[in-house]
Unconditional design. Structure first.
Ligand SMILES: [Zn+2]
Length: 89
């Protein structure tokens, strides 16, 4: 698998570090009522077939954090964008 970094171009997978699901949002509240949301955030992930958004770090390259939209059944990458939402140069 190869990932096309918006800064560096297409690079080998070995240059990147997988961080996890890019759709998971950290709960805002620290109140006891938010306990279930925190347990879900820390311990549970969906395992869908098909398209999935993932965080990847270009750790052996430009150190950009990326959101990669990948079909986890075929490994086809359909989109790569900066995690910050910045526009590629
Ligand atoms: Zn890069």
């Amino acid at each position: 698998m190869r990932i096309k970094c918006p800064y560096c171009g297409e690079r080998a997978l070995e240059e990147f570090t997988y961080r996890g699901d890019a759709t998971v949002k950290r709960p805002q509240s620290l109140e006891p009522e938010a306990r279930e949301a925190w347990v879900d955030y820390v311990y549970f992930r969906d395992n869908p077939a098909g398209l999935h958004k993932e965080h990847w770090h270009h750790s052996a390259g430009c150190h950009a954090w990326l959101v990669v939209t990948r079909n986890i059944t075929t490994h086809e990458i359909v989109a790569v964008e900066f995690a910050s939402g910045a526009i590629a140069p």
